[in-house]
Structures are given as C-alpha cells and as structure tokens.
Design a binder for this molecule. Structure first.
Ligand SMILES: Cc1cc2nc3c(=O)[nH]c(=O)nc-3n(C[C@H](O)[C@H](O)[C@H](O)COP(=O)(O)OP(=O)(O)OC[C@H]3O[C@@H](n4cnc5c(N)ncnc54)[C@H](O)[C@@H]3O)c2cc1C
Length: 406
C-alpha cells in the first residue's frame, strides 16, 4: 500500500509524511513494466504501420493472445475479486499498473476484467454474463449516453415498458465504446416516467445483441471508435434486469466513477513516455549549430511538463488511495480526472512542438497521442462536469478546502 500523505511515521521523534511506495507496489509495478517492455512494446511500429493503412493496430485475437501471456505472468483481472480468478488489487496498485500500460501506444490492457457493475448480477446472470466477460469469451459495452443526454445523463429518453414478464426497450444510445464488437450491452433506460431518473425512474438491463439491437460505427478523430446502438422494440426478459428495478442511474454513476482515477493513471504513462521522447530529441536535434535543448524556450516546455506530470501523479495516487481507505473518493477522483486529462493534452502538445514537423507526421506516435488523448477531456465526465462536481462540493460545504489535511 502506498503511504501517501495521510500516513505518518515517526522519524527521530518527529512525525513525517511518507510519500514512498511499498516494496510490494514497486515489485508489482516492475513486473508489469517488464511484461510491457518485452511483450507489448515490440509491436509498436507494426501498430503505427497498420493504423496508417487504416487497419486495427491490434486485432482482437492478438490482444487475447497477449492477455493470455500476461496471465501466465500473473496479471489477470486487476480489479476482479479472487473468487473469480482475479488479482483484486488495491486501487493504488491498479493506478500504477495503468501508468505502465500507458507508456506504450499499443492498444493493450490486461485481461480478466469486467465492468464493475456486472458484479451486481445475480447468480444466473453471473454465469451468463459476468464470468464469460472475465474470461474474454464475451464482450460487453455500457450504454447510458443518448443523442439528447450526455453530460445531463438524467435526461435519457430510452424507454423500458413492461409487457408481462418482459420489458420492451425503445430508443437510441450513442458514443458507446465497444458498441460495434459487443455481444451484450448494459443499458440504462427509463422504466418509470413518473419518477426521477436519478431516484427510482431508471433500470439497467443486460441485453444480448441477439435480442435485436443493432449498432452503427461512429468515425472519430481517434483510432477505433464508438457506436450508436438502436433499440427498436427490443424484448428483454425480466430476468435480465441488472440489480434492482429503479437502480439504473445509481449503477451508471458507479460505472463512470471507476474510470475517474484509471483514465488519468493511463495518461501519466503516456505523458512520461512522450516527455522522454522530447528530451531525447532536444538533446540530439541540432539547429543553428547547437542542440535544441540549449534553448530556454525548449527547456521551459520540458520543465512545465515535468511539473504538471508530478502534480497529476500525486492527485491521482491520492484519489486511488482514498478509494483504498473505503472513503468517498468522488471529490479527489474528479480533481485527478480533470487535471490528468488536461495535463496529458498539454504535455503532448509541447512534445509535438519540440519535434517540429516530425511531430506532425504519422511516422511517430505523437500525433496519434494528440488525437487520442483529446478524448480524455470529454468521456466519462467532461472537464466541465468535473469542475461542476468539485465546485459544487465546495459551494455546498460537502468538502472543506484542503479538508483531508485539516
Ligand atoms: C469516444 C467516446 C466514447 C464514449 N464511450 C461511452 C460509453 O462507453 N458509454 C456511454 O454511455 N457514453 C460514452 N461516451 C459518451 C460521453 O460520456 C459523452 O460524450 C460525454 O458525457 C459528453 O456528453 P455529450 O457528448 O452529449 O456533450 P454535451 O453534454 O452536449 O456537452 C457539450 C459541451 O458542453 C459542456 N456542458 C454541458 N453542460 C454544461 C454545463 N451545465 N455547464 C458547463 N458546460 C456544460 C460539456 O462539458 C461539453 O463540453 C463516449 C464518448 C466518446 C466521444
């Protein structure tokens, strides 16, 4: 466990704040780093080549093969409880591992994971949806966003109407990650128009593609892309309600909450790798007869990037540490998502600038990061929604300024 900020240990009769990682954390991080260096990074140039040819950088079967190798290495189900074969790692360790993943632009992630809310499934649903998802035999997607409801997720309009023991779903979801590949969708729909969506009016359903929904790929500025899901009187058996009827919005918010420290953890790895490239380039590229690195303009870009990276790193680790304490991590997680997403965009922008024209080419991964990282300021709560949460906590007195140190 990281002993960040709130952990104090006595040294020579004084109490100090200990920012060090534990030996166990360092060992797990090192093992993940080794795996990614040996097995994932060698694929990097091929990923760029394929993407330039408008192909998938990494095919699904290749991803699964890598995940199986990682399983033999001991990495399987970072967040998955041990009873389902996972590692059930503390949030701080998960954060550290996601940073390692972020160092490579190969679209890799460790296997053995499932959407956190799938663990609310009952025993039959676990056998049908959760376990096959963990094993990688089925692909899920989570769908709350609609054409008329993104940031304002409580404005969803998809209807779920009872018909005997079944429910009939009508409406459209949009921007759904994995929507084109998924075997089933976890869909939040309005199940009682007379109640507030946030308080009993919505329900989550597990809906197989074979029940009749269809997906349409959406081209985006990033590699890969989400999909729209169209539900035209899709009949869903009552046994496919996830959790309780009326619990849909709460489950949705729980799904989104998980990403708020994972997303910026990944971003830290991206920013670290990109900054390393900029430093190497600045030291070797010469203009006007001397290395780029001798110019103050370049030095400041490097200094600002390192400073912002360090700030993001600690915001994220503290958010993850708050999760591990079993405390309410929403405020800390929103700050880490807001800052981490901004940070990586600013760092990649500077790294691109330092590389000049080469940074703009598709020979290097920088323009790819530039496109890909822009998403981080939009999905799973935009910058503005994070600001809304942070300021609301302060304005309504839910959180004290710097309250955790008081
Ligand atoms: C690639 C991608 C993958 C995604 N994956 C998923 C997924 O798997 N599942 C899913 O359900 N959704 C997914 N989303 C949807 C994503 O969560 C939404 O796009 C996001 O929540 C923003 O909603 P919106 O696009 O409707 O923008 P809007 O809500 O229309 O907002 C537009 C802009 O206005 C700002 N804004 C809105 N309201 C306010 C306000 N009150 N004050 C200040 N500013 C405001 C927003 O911050 C934003 O900048 C994905 C989106 C993308 C692009």
């Amino acid at each position: 466990m990281a002993r960040i900020s709130a952990y104090h240990r006595p040294v020579l009769g004084r109490t100090i704040v200990d920012f060090s990682l534990s030996d166990e954390e360092k060992a797990v991080r090192e093992t993940a780093r080794t795996f990614i260096r040996k097995e994932v990074m060698p694929l990097e140039q091929e990923v760029l080549r394929r993407e330039r040819a408008h192909e998938h950088g990494l095919r699904l079967d290749e991803l699964r093969e890598l995940q199986t190798k990682a399983r033999a290495f001991g990495f399987w189900g970072l967040a998955t409880p041990e009873e389902y074969g996972g590692m059930d790692l503390p949030a701080v360790m998960q954060s550290l591992i996601w940073t390692e993943i972020g160092r490579s632009w190969v679209p890799f992630r460790f296997g053995g994971e499932a959407d956190n809310i799938l663990f609310f499934a009952n025993d039959e649903q676990k056998a049908e949806f959760l376990r096959p998802t963990i094993e990688g035999d089925r692909i899920s997607c989570f769908a709350i966003t609609e054409p008329g409801a993104g940031s304002d997720a409580a404005n969803i309009r998809m209807t779920a109407r009872r018909d005997g023991d079944d429910w009939i779903l009508d409406g459209e979801k949009t921007f759904i990650t994995n929507g084109n590949d998924a075997d089933f969708a976890i869909v939040v729909a309005v199940s009682d128009r007379d109640q507030d969506v946030r308080a009993g009016g919505s329900t989550a359903f597990l809906v197989d593609r074979s029940m009749g929904w269809r997906s349409e790929f959406i081209q985006t500025m990033g590699e890969g892309g989400p999909a729209s899901l169209v539900f035209d009187s899709v009949r869903v058996p009552g046994r496919n309600v996830l959790g309780e009827v009326g619990q849909g919005f709460a489950l949705g918010m729980q799904w989104i909450g998980k990403g708020r420290y994972i997303i910026p953890s990944h971003a830290v790895g991206v920013a670290e790798r990109a900054l390393r490239m900029a430093i190497d380039h600045a030291n070797t590229r010469e203009t006007f007869g001397k290395p780029l690195a001798t110019n103050q303009a370049i030095q400041w870009m490097i200094a600002d990037s390192e400073t912002e990276l360090e700030a993001a790193r600690w915001l994220i680790l503290r958010a993850a540490w708050t999760v591990d304490q079993g405390a309410d991590a929403r405020h800390a997680s929103s700050m880490s998502k807001l800052y981490g997403a901004r940070m990586v965009n600013d760092v990649v922008d500077r790294v691109l600038q330092i590389h000049g024209g080469m940074g703009y080419t598709r020979e290097l991964p920088i323009e790819r990061w530039y496109r890909q990282m822009r998403l981080l300021r939009i999905f799973e709560g935009t910058d503005e929604m994070q600001r809304l949460i942070i300021s609301r906590d302060l304005l309504r007195g839910f959180t004290e300024i710097g309250g955790h140190l008081a």
